[in-house]
Design a protein around this ligand. Sequence first.
Ligand SMILES: C[S@@+](CC[C@H](N)C(=O)[O-])C[C@H]1O[C@@H](n2cnc3c(N)ncnc32)[C@H](O)[C@@H]1O
Length: 277
Amino acid sequence: MSVFDNDVKSWEHLAQTDPLWAVLSSDEFRGGALTPEAEDRFWRSGEEHVAHVISVIRNEITPDFEPGVSLDFGCGVGRNLVPLAERSRDAVGLDASSTMVKRSEARAEECGAANAHALVIDRTIDAEAVAQWGPVDFVHSVLVFQHIVAAEGFELFDQLLDVLAPGGHGFVQFHCHDPGGEFVRAIRELRLRHRWFNSLVVRSRLRPLTDSLVMLYEYDVLELLGHLAAHRIADVVLERTEAGPGGYDVRLYFAKFAGSDAEFDRSGRPMKLRVRP
Ligand SMILES: C[S@@+](CC[C@H](N)C(=O)[O-])C[C@H]1O[C@@H](n2cnc3c(N)ncnc32)[C@H](O)[C@@H]1O
């Protein structure tokens, strides 16, 4: 079984055993210990996240940004899907785990969000299935690509950017790495080569995951920008947040060029990039 398939299997297992904790690995969200207050904090974190993302896009890129069809790649239990639905005509969640998709649907029903939908995906984003709600003008993904081995993750990222309509907007988060010194590079090489060693490192950094281990993968930020440029992304705001020793997260807010490929070429393929402090 490939690393990718193995990871997807781990997610399905976590979705069945401890889904909220699988999404936010803080002890208060463990099934056995979950209080109503903690559950409330869990759902509120999605609400606050989505409100923040939309406000950054409005403040930094497009003041009157209003998503029509939002796509949440790796929607999990619907933490962000329902807040997205509240701000969009339709919101569509995609997830590799069928149990996560069922949980998202249940959450949408519980909140009366009839415009929230969720689909199981295999290794590819089915553009036709997504198109049933109309052109996608907002793509969103948080805490997902970091769990997908980079080669497959970049393919999925390309598909997500392909699905985005001209003039559409996006938010994605990736985990990146500092090149570090010789020691850090040696550890990194070992992690890439030996799955058991990577597991050990992830355990020590993230706290042990009891019965299954979800890997943490790193992406190269220049490569990410290259993928954005190749998909006519003309406006990018980049935020860096620290994520433990030797690593950081990159959060990308962006807008796609509103015209055609030819118009983009004629205009010199511009990409405006700002780094948020
Ligand atoms: C940490 S959870 C985050 C869920 C959600 N984005 C949130 O922030 O609440 C990661 C989610 O990504 C999904 N996932 C992992 N690999 C995936 C893949 N290759 N394709 C689609 N979904 C994937 C998992 O099933 C899981 O629901």
